[in-house]
Design a binder for this molecule. Structure first.
Ligand SMILES: [Zn+2]
Ligand SMILES: [Zn+2]
Length: 138
């Protein structure tokens, strides 16, 4: 489900969340570009449209959006942080050839393991790795 900036604003108002213009733009970018971008990718794209935007602002905006529960941090690799707009639970598949991260549908809320009975779970992530169909064809 992709929303436009207006719909995002409305949605946020319903939840009583107020965001600055820059934060909204970052959120809109993530909503329109489901590529799980890095800070650099977001900055490079948004800077074209908003020349006054600094990388620090993008970084701070992302942190605020993560705190608000609107954006999720993906740490599929230790050395890179990627960002994902929060939709319902989904898994991620990283192609080891082209580096693209794909979403896939998975129902993580019904997942149960006896081994975790005594644990408090804050985060449910699932990552697969392999080769995507585009790269297999080459
Ligand atoms: Zn690939
Ligand atoms: Zn995702």
């Amino acid at each position: 489900m992709k929303l436009n900036l207006e719909e995002i604003t409305k949605e946020l108002k319903n939840k009583n969340i107020r965001l600055s213009h820059h934060r909204l733009k970052v959120l809109e970018f993530l909503n329109d570009n489901r590529i799980h971008p890095t800070v650099d990718q977001i900055y490079i794209q948004l800077h074209k449209e908003l020349p006054t935007l600094s990388k620090t602002t993008v970084y701070n905006s992302l942190n605020a959006l993560v705190d608000a529960g609107l954006v999720k941090v993906l740490t599929i690799e230790d050395n890179e942080t990627r960002y994902d707009i929060v939709t319902d639970n989904h898994g991620h598949f990283k192609c080891e050839s082209c580096g693209k991260i794909y979403d896939f549908e998975i129902n993580l809320s019904s997942f149960q393991s006896k081994d975790l009975d005594d644990f408090k779970i804050n985060n449910r992530d699932i990552y697969f790795k392999g080769i995507c169909p585009d790269c297999i064809q080459q």
